[in-house]
Design a protein around this ligand. Structure first.
Ligand SMILES: *[C@@H]1O[C@H](CO)[C@@H](O)[C@H](O)[C@H]1NC(C)=O
Length: 277
């Protein structure tokens, strides 16, 4: 993660103004209180989503970087303490469960993990697409949320959102090849392909570490009309260290959750059973 810069300070002042205006009305964090900011003891690490009262879904890569705290319903790093007291929660990470097929040598595959919190969240968990959920049509409108930087690696101190278009699953492979990455077209067990991808973003940097693990949502698709989580961001396609290149929009790659729905459901059930003892 990059060190704070003069640009960050300017962004903070702007955000302070934006935050004051937003405090009176509903912020993004009030609309999507299940989005999680995950931090180590010292610094922000990545984003995630509450999928059960005590379980937060994020990338395996993030779960392996010693996450210590989860902020839920959190909007602005500088103002929430003063303006949104009682509307966000801070929980400790009690246990980390990385998806057993994940290997750190290939972060494209099986990149997901669950963090167990020390205490239930009061926020409503997001609904996650189940294993029978079919990959939506080309160009379906989806939303991504996270706390990643808007211009470089690292963080933006306010939750933000972008509206994106889903690309066909078979194009995720071609795109990865075009960007020089290895791609497994079908998983060894012949199940649904393990990834989703989106086209160019406007405000959402898929390469920013702060966005990793952030939820990819299909609006109004859950029972009851809420958002349905389809994926979680694992990376962008052109994550160059050259600032000019890195700040450009890039297609993004996500873990496709229906592929892992059975594993997830089993973990959520086990947690519910433990909770009712
Ligand atoms: C998906 O849609 C985009 C434009 O919306 C188009 O350029 C692309 O060719 C489409 N891909 C397929 C496989 O239909």
């Amino acid at each position: 993660m990059g060190a704070p810069s003069g640009g960050l300070l300017a962004a903070c002042l702007l955000l302070a103004a934006a935050g004051l205006a937003a405090a009176a009305s509903h912020t993004l964090a009030d609309l999507y209180p299940f989005v999680a900011l995950i931090t180590s003891r010292e610094v922000p690490l990545c984003s995630g989503a509450l999928v059960a009262p005590r379980l937060v879904l994020t990338t395996a890569a993030c779960a392996r970087s010693d996450p210590a705290f989860v902020y839920l319903g959190y909007y602005n790093f500088f103002l929430d303490e003063f303006r949104r007291e009682g509307r966000y929660e801070v929980r400790k990470v009690e246990h980390v469960e990385v998806q057993p097929e994940y290997s750190p040598s290939d972060t494209n595959q099986n990149n997901l993990a669950l963090l167990r919190l020390n205490k239930d969240s009061k926020h409503k968990p997001v609904a996650v697409a189940d294993s029978s959920f079919a990959y939506p049509l080309n160009s379906t409108a989806v939303r991504a949320l996270g706390y990643g930087s808007l211009s470089a690696d690292g963080f933006f101190p306010q939750l933000h959102v972008d509206d994106l278009q889903l690309l066909p699953q078979e194009e995720c492979g071609g795109l990865q090849t075009a960007y020089g990455r290895w791609w497994a077209a079908t998983p060894p067990d012949g199940g649904p392909a393990p990834q989703a991808c989106t086209g160019l973003s406007h405000a959402f940097r898929a390469c920013a570490s702060g966005n990793a693990g952030g939820p990819l949502l299909l609006p109004r698709a859950a029972p009851g009309g809420g958002p349905l989580q389809l994926g979680l961001l694992t990376s962008g396609f052109s994550c160059s260290t050259d600032r000019a290149v890195a700040s450009a929009s890039s297609p993004a790659l996500y873990t496709w959750l229906p592929r892992y729905a059975d594993w997830l459901a089993q973990k959520v059930r086990a947690e519910a059973d433990a909770g009712s003892d």
